[in-house]
Design a binder for this molecule. Sequence first.
Ligand code: ZN
Length: 184
Amino acid sequence: MACPCPAWRRGRHGSSPLLNEGKFLMRCPFCGHIDTQVKDSRPAEDHVAIRRRRFCPACGGRFTTYERVQLRDLVVLKSNGRREDFDREKLERSIRIAMRKRPIEPERIDQMVTGIVRRLESLGESEITSRQIGQIVMEALARIDTVAYVRFASVYMNFQAVGDFDRFMAELRPQEIPDETGPS
Ligand SMILES: [Zn+2]
């Protein structure tokens, strides 16, 4: 029985083809080999996720996967009317771009993304609009980092004119980051 991955065709495959011992296979993102190995599993994000370090025996590639609770399957209704499955990775990428070079712990960003996903899931709808996602992300960013917020908002709102952006900045100014050292 042949494995459908390129490593098999190149003769660089291990002994086991497609499915072995009923385990769930994760495809290598680098070479497409279907049978990668888990080297290490440990809790992440304060036990919200399980982080697995994986190794591809065909190409030697290393990558990480996360196992997370998903309360609800979400579908995103985009502004062009199309629907697509909600993609946490995509959301996380856009937030990381906004956070680039900002003094924020990666762990804090993970927590923030998880918080956003929980909020989306708890809206009670299986279909959400990209606009709703954008609003929730902006609220979350505004609480953490003003620069990241402005970056995200400027991309998200797709400003056409500089004047619009100036007005937006003017509205932003009074809204400072909440003081987290206040009385509790
Ligand atoms: Zn590989």
